[in-house]
Design a protein around this ligand. Structure first.
Ligand code: SD4
Length: 293
C-alpha cells in the first residue's frame, strides 16, 4: 500500500526546505533521510535559518552558540536528541546518531559534543558558529543589554514518505542570549515534537520555557488519535492552554501537524506562517495562521 507523501515546515523560511523535501520524497527517499538532510542544510547555512538555527543562530549570554535538536520517527521508541550542544554546525545529524547508535535518547552539553566527536563530527570554533549578524547583535546586547525581539525561527519539519513512514525533526539555537545550559522545548519528546505512525506527528515553536510545561506535541497527536483532524487537534491544544492560563496571557506558541493521510494543520497564538506540500498539490503552499483563525 502506497501512502500519500507530504511535508510540512514551520515559518516562511521553511519554504525552500519543504520544496527540497518534496523533491526528495518524490525521488523515493525515506522520511528520516529527508528530514535529516534538509534540516542539516538549514542548520549549516548561517542565513536561511534566520538566526535561530544551528550555525548563525544567536549565542547564549556568554556569546557561545548552543543548539538543541531532535528527531523522532513514528515507530515506537525511535527518538534521539541533543541539547546545549556547542561547536557542531549540524546538530540534527548528531540527534539521529543518538537515536541510532547510542543506548540513550538525549545527550547534552560536553557529553553530546564528545559523542559527536567520537562519531567523526568536527567541532568548530565558536567564531565559525556565529554569523556577522549574530556577532553584531551580541555586541549590541552587551553594550545595551537589550534582548533581540521577534526571534522565533526554530525549524520544525515533518515528512511522510511513500512507504508510510513519518518522521519529525526540530532544530534551534534557542532563546537569544539565554543562560548557558538552558534547554528549550525543542529536544524534549512530547514538547517540541512527537510522532506515532498510527496517527501522525506534530512539532512546536515559540517560547520553549513555557511550551515545555504543556507537552503540546504529544497532546496534538493524542487528539488526532481520537479522530480529530490535524487542524482541529492543533486548535484544541492551543485553546486548552489558553483556557488554563487566560487568553490574553498566552505565550508565543505555534503548532504544526500532519496525519497519515497527508493532511496538515496548524494553530498559533501569534501570526504564524507555515509551509506545506502533499501529492494533491502542484507546489509548496504557504499558509498563515492568525491567533483567532
Ligand atoms: C526554544 N522553542 O528554544 C524554541 C525557540 C523557537 O522559534 O521556537 N524559536 O524555546
Amino acid at each position: 500500500h502506497l501512502s500519500q507523501m507530504a511535508a510540512v515546515g514551520t515559518w516562511s523560511f521553511s519554504r525552500p526546505a519543504v520544496e527540497r523535501m518534496r523533491c526528495m520524497l518524490l525521488a523515493g527517499q525515506n522520511a528520516t533521510d529527508v528530514v535529516e538532510t534538509v534540516m542539516a542544510e538549514v542548520e549549516d547555512d548561517a542565513d536561511t535559518g534566520r538566526h535561530i538555527v544551528g550555525r548563525g543562530g544567536y549565542p547564549n549570554f556568554k556569546g557561545v552558540v548552543e543548539c538543541d535538536a531532535a528527531i523522532m520517527e513514528g515507530v515506537p521508541g525511535r527518538f534521539g536528541a541533543v541539547a546545549a550542544l556547542r561547536g557542531i554546525a549540524q546538530p540534527c545529524r548528531v540527534a539521529r546518531k543518538v537515536m541510532e547508535k547510542s543506548p540513550h535518547s538525549l545527550l547534552v552539553g560536553d557529553g553530546a559534543e564528545a559523542f559527536a566527536q567520537d562519531l567523526g563530527f568536527t567541532s568548530e570554533a565558536n567564531d565559525n558558529m556565529l554569523s556577522h549578524h549574530t556577532a553584531t547583535a551580541y555586541q549590541e546586547f552587551l553594550e545595551k543589554n537589550q534582548p533581540v525581539s521577534g526571534g522565533h525561527d526554530t525549524i520544525g519539519l515533518i515528512a511522510l514518505d511513500l512507504s508510510g513512514n513519518i518522521t519529525v525533526g526540530v532544530s534551534t539555537s534557542g532563546a537569544p542570549f539565554k543562560s548557558p545550559g538552558r534547554v528549550g522545548d525543542s529536544p524534549l519528546p512530547g514538547c517540541g515534537l512527537y510522532a506515532d505512525h498510527t496517527v501522525g506527528a506534530a512539532a512546536a515553536t515559540g517560547d520553549g520555557d513555557k511550551i515545555m510545561c504543556y507537552c503540546p506535541s504529544f497532546h496534538v497527536v493524542q487528539l488526532m488519535k481520537q479522530g480529530l483532524s490535524p487542524n482541529e487537534a492543533c486548535h484544541d491544544v492551543l485553546a486548552d492552554i489558553q483556557r488554563r492560563i487566560g487568553d490574553d496571557k498566552c505565550f508565543e506558541i505555534g503548532l504544526i501537524s500532519l496525519n497519515m493521510k497527508g493532511e496538515a494543520g496548524a494553530a498559533s497564538s501569534v501570526e504564524f506562517p507555515y509551509t506545506f506540500w502533499n501529492q494533491g498539490l502542484d507546489s509548496v503552499e504557504e499558509l498563515i495562521k492568525h491567533p483567532k483563525s
